[in-house]
Design a protein around this ligand. Structure first.
Ligand code: F6P
Length: 545
């Protein structure tokens, strides 16, 4: 039976009607009229304290959002994912990143086979490899131990590992150098390797498909870089390992499949950092910390799977995103971590959220008539305060913000951390309550300046406050967003697990490439703009036009 279209559901219209009432209410009044508001609208799960009281909601809003969630069958969809059903319908695949961090005693079946033993087999293989690198028993072609690890991958085969490496840098092995190469722009590879000794460098070629143009191009350049000094094909085995689902292509590249760490088609690229794609993280963090991160993911998985919807952090987080996107016209969400180590977290979230929910047709193939996945962006605090926060405070857009803060710094330095924390709390307060015309005038402000100095307030935010940034907390934080994305996808009735939208550009690039490099200018059959750009490029490169 076809599901009822979202916008014709009574639960949706109830929210619309409710939104038109609550839109006129100010957070100031909501807080004044309920002194227990902060308590009512906050929750602790998996060591993450989630204060969502500075949102433009009341308890009826929550009731209605939860009714919508029930109505679209959120719990059933979630249970289907955890049960290994092929919920990625357009690719006919199960979606089981949650299996990657499940304990060895768990049982999750795909096509009648329990996938957990395989997950742990690969994890142990990764750990053994890590021991060999750390102990120096794995040697480069000259007999030197490995000191530099370069991960070559893009998208999900890069963003998760590089984000987690930066986020947990405090815990990493400082004896070794870790680099990440993703862009097909040669500058990325050249700058990442310019000060490295090939004899001490290991490349991890990370690609689910092992066909991605950028990754394969960088991997070939890495091989040439090594060969330029090693001059012996046998060196490849000592300096290249692969992470992939495609053993055939790995072998074709010349990497011994014994040095391949596998994962499976039921792990989506952007959900793969807890698979072997995290090999560089394991090498950097060591076994205990890596397992700690997996444990954090698993804690949040279990919370999402078992907590009642009303007390379920990813559910509340996802529903709040829907609330603003679809009932307040908010098209972007700012993620603002007040921790320098999380500087790549917004970039990582961009792929997770936007590649997942940037869709315009439902699972059944119908065009949606509502806004889907939001645009995620952000920068670490306090830097953002001195650039784009102006627009969040006084601009015309509604931009819900997620502030992420930690009570204890990993680098206590005089009073830096108290100042950092004062800033994050101040931002949430200023956004919510603003400053009225009366308050501005009462300060003796010149009357013509008053309108400029008014802060309207009523700008929504969540605050996620944790004790300290640990591998476990990071795992739980990432899993929170993974599952929030799932919740939003379920409400929108879209498939968050495919990414057909990236294909066309890849096909066209493959068509254009020979037109750029061929000796003679071929007949160009693009539009006049693209033809002109191709000609100009060829001319600049000294090729015939
Ligand atoms: O082009 C998008 C994409 O397919 C992502 O979904 C994926 O994470 C990335 O490319 C890299 O793919 P692969 O791991 O197969 O190289």
């Amino acid at each position: 039976m076809k599901p009822q279209p979202l916008t014709s559901r009574a639960t949706w219209s109830n929210l619309s009607a409710h939104a038109s009432q609550i839109r006129s209410e100010h957070l100031r009044t909501l807080f004044e009229s309920d002194h227990g508001r902060a308590k009512t609208f906050s929750l602790k799960a998996c060591d993450l304290f989630f204060d969502y009281s500075k949102n433009r909601i009341n308890s009826q809003t929550l009731d209605l959002l939860l009714e919508l969630a029930e109505d679209v069958g959120l719990s059933q969809r979630r249970d289907a994912m955890f049960a290994g059903e092929k919920i990625n319908q357009t690719e006919n695949r199960a979606v089981l990143h949650i299996a990657l961090r499940a304990p060895e005693s768990a049982e999750i079946l795909v096509d009648g086979e329990n996938v957990i033993p395989d997950v742990h087999r690969v994890l142990r293989k990764m750990e053994k490899f890590c021991d060999q690198i750390k102990s120096g028993t794995w040697k480069g072609y000259t007999g030197k131990p490995i000191r530099n690890i370069v991960n070559i991958g893009i998208g999900g085969s890069d963003l998760g590992p590089v984000m987690a490496y930066e986020a947990l840098r405090h815990y990493t092995d400082r004896e070794r150098v870790f680099r990440f190469v993703s862009n097909v722009d040669g500058t990325d590879f050249v700058e990442a390797t310019r000060d490295l000794d090939p004899a001490e460098t290991l490349f991890i070629v990370a690609s689910k498909t092992f066909t991605t143009q950028e990754t394969m191009t960088n991997a070939l350049s890495a091989r040439s870089w090594l060969m330029a000094v090693a001059q012996d094909e046998a060196a490849v085995a000592k300096h290249f390992v692969a992470v992939s689902t495609n053993a055939e292509k790995v072998a074709e590249f010349g990497i011994n499949t014994e040095n391949m760490f596998e994962f499976w088609d039921w792990v989506g690229g952007r959900y793969s950092m807890t698979s072997a794609i995290g090999l560089s993280n394991l090498l950097a963090l060591g076994k205990e910390n890596f397992r700690g991160m997996l444990a954090g993911f698993h804690l949040m998985d279990e919370h999402f799977r078992t907590a009642p919807l009303r007390e379920n952090l990813p559910v509340l987080h996802g529903l709040l995103n829907v609330w603003y996107a679809n009932f307040f016209g908010a098209s972007t969400i700012a993620v603002l971590p007040y921790d320098q180590y999380l500087k790549r977290f917004p970039a990582y979230l961009q792929q997770l959220t936007m590649e997942s929910n940037g869709k315009c047709v439902t699972l059944g193939g119908a065009q949606v008539d509502y806004q889907t996945g939001g645009i995620y962006w952000g920068e670490p605090g306090t830097n953002g305060q001195h650039s784009f926060y102006q627009l969040i405070h006084q601009g015309t857009h509604v931009i819900p913000c997620d502030f992420i803060a930690f009570a204890k710094s990993l680098n206590e330095l005089s009073d830096h951390h108290d100042k950092l924390t004062a800033n994050v709390f101040a931002q949430t307060e200023a956004l919510a309550f603003g400053k009225t015309e009366q308050e501005v005038s009462a300060e003796g402000t010149r009357s013509d300046l008053v309108p400029h100095r008014v802060f309207p307030g009523n700008r929504p935010s969540n605050t996620i406050l944790c004790e300290q940034l640990t591998p476990q907390v990071l795992g739980s934080l990432i899993a929170l967003y993974e599952h929030s994305v799932f919740v939003q996808g379920a409400i929108y009735d879209i498939n968050p697990f495919d990414q057909w939208g990236v294909e066309l550009g890849k096909v066209l690039a493959n068509r254009i490439l020979p037109e750029l490099v061929s000796e003679n200018l071929p007949t160009l059959q693009h539009d006049s703009s693209t033809n002109q750009l191709i000609r100009m490029y060829r001319a600049c490169r000294g090729r015939s036009v």
